[in-house]
Design a protein around this ligand. Structure first.
Ligand code: ATP
Length: 235
């Protein structure tokens, strides 16, 4: 069964339609990347999948269940976790940020999960009581990822995690995601413009002007002219 299925999705902002009939799916344990230039509609698509934007038309299914009109918090409870480009609450401590990621778990489960996150991210443990806003850019991303995983998600939805990070740190984010996915077996849907992620994903979609213009396995996409022009500067 597909984990996530998006059918003929149309959405946008008030009366402005941004997405024009998107079809997309994610299988269990799969890593899927959304490619596309600034303004193509990647963030709009991820927000619509999370229920943060009103859907104009189309359907969204999660594990076969129709979630098209489900509230965001209920989608999180079903197992979809989202990290926006901001990802964290700077005025809350590291510990408080983690707790928010598991808003629907009881205290015991929240604490267990927090322990797990502090084992994965030992640097965060050292800054447990620090305000998230006082962390370095890299540490904030780590916190964003740890917060995301607090809810034990089946699908992790990431909006440009590489944004603002140095190439070295982008590599370490990729390694961390790789390692955590092997441990926890979630699927990943990621919007990224950084080509370092092309080898991380198994399948991808290129979005342009709110439509899917190309999709397929990464090995095929890398040979596609549109992708080569946009990402490798090859004419
Ligand atoms: P980026 O990498 O820059 O975030 P993107 O592919 O994620 O690009 P979106 O942020 O989804 O693109 O933007 C798609 C379109 O929607 C753009 O034309 C943008 O101007 C418009 N848009 C985005 N946010 C809003 C908003 N809050 N209100 C109105 N229009 C918006």
């Amino acid at each position: 069964m597909l984990l996530l299925e998006v059918q003929s999705l149309e959405s946008g902002y008030k009366i402005l339609k941004v997405l024009w009939g998107i079809d997309l799916y994610v299988k269990p344990k799969e890593r899927v990347i959304l490619l596309g230039v600034n303004g193509a509609g990647k963030t709009t698509l991820l927000k619509t999948i999370m229920g943060l934007l009103k859907i104009f038309n189309g359907k969204i299914y999660f594990e076969g269940k129709d979630i098209t009109h489900l509230r965001t918090d209920k989608r999180v409870k079903l197992g979809i976790a989202y990290m926006s480009e901001i990802g964290i609450f700077p005025n809350l401590t590291v510990d408080e940020n983690l707790e928010l990621g598991a808003f629907f778990l009881d205290k015991k489960l929240t604490n267990q999960r927090k322990q797990q996150m502090y084992e994965y991210f030992q640097d965060l443990l050292k800054h447990k009581k620090a305000l998230a806003g006082s962390l370095s850019g890299g540490q904030r991303k780590m916190l964003g990822i740890a917060k995301l995983l607090m809810s034990n998600p089946k699908l992790v939805v990431l909006d440009e995690p590489s944004n603002g990070l140095s190439p070295k740190f982008v590599k370490s984010i990729i390694n961390i995601l790789d390692d955590l996915q092997n441990k926890e077996q979630f699927s990943i849907l990621i919007a990224e413009q950084n080509i370092a992620f092309l080898d991380f994903a198994q399948r991808g979609y290129v979005i342009d002007n709110g439509k899917v213009v190309v999709s397929g396995n990464l090995s095929d996409l890398k040979l596609n002219d549109i992708v080569r022009k946009a990402y490798f500067g090859i004419e």
